[in-house]
Design a protein around this ligand. Structure first.
Ligand SMILES: [Zn+2]
Length: 110
């Protein structure tokens, strides 16, 4: 598994640059960074209403969800992680990420 050392998110295998910030991905994170990737980013929303709908959809499937609408001050994102136009980030537990991405994709078509 690869990670973005800047965003501290998981990156799909064979992807060379972080889709979120464009930084090169790394194979491992330092141990103190690892706790952060227990929550995996599964959706970036411009629309908080849509983000909440996705959250409800995931929760109705029994998945714990973390919705960050205060992106700039999010403790899960390190400094310098600019996400222009993004107002809500949706995270799920690492173990739920695949099913969560399917659910979110089904909702947003992205
Ligand atoms: Zn990144």
């Amino acid at each position: 598994m690869s990670y973005c050392a800047k965003c501290l998110i998981e990156i799909a295998p064979r992807v060379k640059d972080c889709p979120q910030c464009g930084s090169p991905v790394v194979g491992q994170l330092a141990p103190e960074q690892k706790v952060r990737v227990e929550w995996c980013l599964v959706g970036i929303f411009n629309d908080v209403t849509q983000a909440n709908m996705a959250k409800i959809a995931l929760e109705s499937n029994g998945l714990p969800v973390l919705l960050k609408t205060d992106v700039i001050h999010s403790a899960l994102l390190v400094q310098g992680t600019a996400l222009p136009g993004a107002y809500a980030l949706l995270f799920v537990l690492r173990r739920d990420r695949l099913i969560a991405r399917r659910i979110v994709k089904g909702m947003t078509g992205k």
